[in-house]
Ligand binder design. Structure first.
Ligand code: HGY
Ligand code: MN
Ligand code: MN
Length: 419
């Protein structure tokens, strides 16, 4: 039997407290231009986790971690054995990230749980706040490592073996992070989850343009990522003859131009990005011997995404001569749709609170992607000013951030008190 609180949990969400916590988190890894550099498994990531554990302790939440470095804070339920309701996002950022991407979802979950506690009614199911390890994938690619390991979508040993540009493995960086955290229990990977709800900034302009406060996320568009390695030969920039050169720089730029041309979409639905480009030896007077670049390809139609992605290796091969090229696909995810019943919960909660809302497809990726096949999942968006994100100017009005937390509080409380 569940007990209904007299006042909805949303009534206890505190906008100032949420803003203060976001400001405190933004100080960890703060950049000179007002953004955040808190890449996965760095000292800053560990300090952010430590602060979250401290805030959880003030509320009586017990922390634990798992072999993938995910962090959980648990609010006990009346039924200790019931599968928990899970809510959160990620604390890591892009190298020149904003103050909200990821961390908002974690702190909105904390705010929601604090509000649920304030109702004075213990939920039937436990509720857990989660900070997933390495969502962004900037230091270690591809991202969403924690949620992928948790749900069994990727094997943990393969994740632990990934190295960063300095050759430091995920396993080693995880051990370094653990040394900076207080002693907390470690439980095994994975867990039955009753439901997962992730709050996030929209990262696009739609909500703001329509004057809506809440996005009821319908699903997430598909994405394929690749690593392309172009191998040439180093030679003197002044003495080597063109006919003898194997210039990896020229071959790689030719490939990128050919790809951009083939994938060009006048409707701007296909998203093709080369965000990383590393040349060796990277010296002005040496013909490049090697270039490694990344490809991030997205499309909401999984069939189109497959067809477009399958063109990548042949196009790279066709532009490689006289160099060699190796194309490795790092990740592939089809588009997904969240269950209508979960979306209805978000829509109803927003409507009850009198908040303007609309259905919206997420064109950015989120950990909810991996939770979706594992447990009923949903996402709640709040507006992003001008749609700017993955940059230091990311901004959402505090009132909108609080509105998202209020919707989250009521949805989590409903899910934790079934029937
Ligand atoms: O790339 C993404 O969509 C996510 O923000 N990491
Ligand atoms: Mn994010
Ligand atoms: Mn992001």
């Amino acid at each position: 039997m569940s007990v209904c609180p007299a006042q909805p949990a949303s009534g206890f969400v505190n906008e100032d407290r949420l803003s203060r916590r976001l400001t405190a988190m933004a100080a960890i890894g703060a950049t000179a231009q007002g953004g955040v550099n808190r890449q996965a498994l760095t000292r800053e990531d560990a300090l952010a986790q430590r602060l979250l554990i401290e805030w959880g302790a003030e509320l009586g939440l017990s922390p634990c971690t798992d072999p993938a470095g995910n962090l959980f804070l648990r609010l006990p339920g009346l039924d200790a054995d019931a599968a928990p309701v899970l809510s959160g996002s990620h604390l890591d950022s892009q190298p020149t990230g904003g103050k909200l991407d990821g961390v908002y979802g974690v702190l909105a979950a904390l705010e929601a749980v604090q509000a649920i506690v304030a109702t004075g009614v213990t939920p039937h199911r436990p509720i857990e706040i989660v900070a997933w390890m390495n969502e962004e994938g900037s230091r270690y690619a591809p991202g969403m490592m924690g949620s992928a390991a948790f749900t069994g979508a990727r094997p943990l040993p393969a994740i632990l073996a990934v190295t960063d540009a300095a050759g430091i493995s995920v396993a080693q960086a995880l051990a370094d992070v653990r040394r900076l955290l207080p002693e907390i229990p470690q439980r095994k990977l994975g867990l039955p989850v009753a439901a997962y709800v992730e709050a996030h900034i929209e990262q696009g302009p739609e909500l703001e343009q329509h004057g809506d406060t809440i996005g009821v996320v319908t699903g997430i568009q598909g994405k394929r990522t690749f690593r392309v390695q172009v191998l040439g030969a180093a030679a003197h920039a002044g003495t080597s003859r063109r006919a003898e050169r194997k210039d990896a720089m020229l071959a790689a730029t030719g490939m990128i131009q050919a790809l951009a041309h083939a994938l060009h979409d006048p409707e701007d639905i296909v998203k093709f990005t080369v965000g990383r480009y590393l040349a060796s030896p990277n010296a002005p007077s040496v013909v490049a011997s090697e270039v490694v670049f990344s490809i991030d390809l997205r499309h909401p139609d999984s069939t189109r995404l497959k067809a477009l992605g399958d063109q990548i290796a042949p196009i790279c091969q066709a532009s490689a001569a006289p160099c060699d090229v190796h194309v490795e696909e790092l990740s592939r995810a089809d588009s997904l749709e969240f269950p209508p019943a979960m979306r209805d919960r978000v829509r109803r909660a927003a409507a009850r609170l009198g908040l303007r809302h609309r259905d919206i497809l997420s064109t950015a990726g989120h950990d909810a992607r991996y939770l979706h096949p594992h447990s009923p999942s949903a996402m709640i968006f709040v507006p992003s000013h001008l749609g700017l994100t993955h940059c230091e100017t990311e901004y959402t009005a505090p009132a909108d951030l609080a509105a998202g937390a209020r919707v989250l509080a009521d949805v989590l409380n409903e899910l934790a008190n079934p029937g």
